[in-house]
Design a protein around this ligand. Structure first.
Ligand SMILES: CC(C)(COP(=O)(O)OP(=O)(O)OC[C@H]1O[C@@H](n2cnc3c(N)ncnc32)[C@H](O)[C@@H]1OP(=O)(O)O)[C@@H](O)C(=O)NCCC(=O)NCCS
Length: 177
C-alpha cells in the first residue's frame, strides 16, 4: 500500500470533511452523545475545511496534510497558532488542531507520518512548541501522543449536549524536527 502524505489542496475539503465525520463516529461512539455524532453534517464540515484551507495564505503557521491513497483521502491532520489562551500562556505557541486516520488504515504509520509533517511545518515557521486537546477517555490517542513525546499538562471539563467530558492538554516543548 503506497500512501502519500501531502499538503491539502482546496479541492480536498469535501473528502477531509468525510474523513473527519467518519473518524469522529468511529472514535467517539460511546464517548460523546449519539445525537451529536449523528447530527454532524457533511456540507457544514466541507464548508469549514474550505475556509480553513483558503485562509492558509494569510496564516503561514496554518497547514493541513492529507494521507492520499491513490486519490482517496484516508487520514489528515492540521495545525496552526494556539487557539487556547491557557496553552499559549504555558509556552505552547502552536497547536496540532486535528489528527485523524480512518480505522482500516490505522497502525500503518500514517498517524506518525502526519504528526511528523505537522511538527516539521510548525518548526519551519518558527514554532518549536505546540499542544493539543484530547478527550480524556480517548486512551488510544493519548497513548499515541505519549509515545511521540507529548506530556499531559492541563485538564478541562466541557459539556457536549448535556454530556460532561474531560479533555487533557498534551504539550511538546521541543517538537521533533
Ligand atoms: C491516533 C491515530 C491518529 C494514530 O494513527 P495511526 O496511523 O494508527 O498511527 P501509527 O500507525 O503511526 O502508530 C500506531 C501504531 O502503529 C505502529 N506503526 C507505526 N508504523 C508502522 C508500520 N509501518 N507498520 C506497522 N505498524 C506501525 C506504531 O509503532 C504504533 O504502535 P504502538 O501502538 O505499539 O505504539 C489514529 O489511531 C486515529 O486516527 N485515531 C482516531 C482519531 C483520534 O483519536 N484522533 C486524535 C484526536 S485528538
Amino acid at each position: 500500500m503506497t500512501i502519500n502524505i501531502r499538503p491539502a489542496k482546496a479541492e480536498d475539503a469535501d473528502a477531509i470533511a468525510t474523513v473527519h465525520i467518519n473518524s469522529w463516529r468511529e472514535t467517539y461512539r460511546g464517548l460523546l452523545p449519539d445525537e451529536l455524532l449523528d447530527g454532524l453534517r457533511q456540507d457544514e464540515r466541507a464548508e469549514l475545511w474550505s475556509k480553513i484551507i483558503a485562509a492558509n495564505g494569510h496564516y503561514p503557521t496554518n497547514a493541513q496534510f492529507v494521507a492520499d491513497s491513490a486519490g482517496e483521502i484516508v487520514g489528515f491532520g492540521s495545525c496552526g497558532l494556539g487557539r487556547s489562551k491557557e496553552c499559549v500562556a504555558a509556552g505552547y505557541k502552536g497547536e496540532i488542531s486535528t489528527l485523524y486516520v480512518l480505522k482500516p488504515f490505522q497502525n500503518y504509520g500514517l498517524g506518525s507520518a502526519i504528526f511528523h509533517r505537522i511538527a516539521k511545518h510548525l518548526v519551519g515557521t518558527g514554532v518549536d512548541a505546540a499542544s493539543l486537546w484530547v478527550l480524556g477517555t480517548n486512551i488510544h490517542a493519548r497513548k499515541f501522543y505519549e509515545r511521540h513525546g507529548g506530556v499531559a499538562f492541563k485538564e478541562r471539563t466541557d459539556n457536549h449536549r448535556g454530556c460532561s467530558t474531560t479533555e487533557i492538554a498534551y504539550g511538546w516543548s521541543h517538537l521533533p524536527k
